[in-house]
Design a protein around this ligand. Sequence first.
Ligand code: AR6
Length: 178
Amino acid sequence: MYKLKNGLEVHVIKGDITEIEADAIVNAANSYLQHGGGVAYAIVKKGGYVIQKESDEYVKKYGPVPVGDVAVTTAGKLKAKYIIHAVGPRYGVETDDKLESAIRRSLEKADELNLSSIALPAISTGIYGYPYETCAIIMAKVLNSYRPKTLGKVLVVLYSDEAYEVFKNTFDNFLKTE
Ligand code: AR6
């Protein structure tokens, strides 16, 4: 566990994000909120079709979610209260600042909803092709500079041993702890 200067507690966990207890679970989504693969598919499979249904309604009402931004739905059968769908960039197609923004907007949304804990996956490191290390450095930068309101705990959940090791090593080097 890392206790940051800004008060955030950051936990790095190896596991399945659908099993995590947190007020909000962040999904690595696409702009159309079509949850067909990766962590998105796992969330809908376990949380139930209501998540896809609300996502479809959102896109119909507001249009596609811009890269670097987020949309919120309920969490269906999952333990979380909300799913925050964050749209990350595709590696080599959109730019790194969009990944920074997707992560920051996720934290801001959790604060807007008055939540105290959030679980984040390694956004853009699966189908969207980002190296784990690049994502980890960007995530550390966002966590260091963030000014939390109600948010106290950030759980960073990695699916593979490799991702877990890279995030731990990168956070050891980059997170500004007390
Ligand atoms: N728990 C935690 N992490 C997971 C899980 C899980 N259950 N399953 C996969 N991961 P990805 P992206 C990791 O591909 O790259 C979807 O189709 C995975 O190992 O889910 O942002 C969306 O609908 C990887 O490290 O998201 C979009 O179209 C990380 O989660 C597109 O993929 C992110 O991989 C988004 O691509």
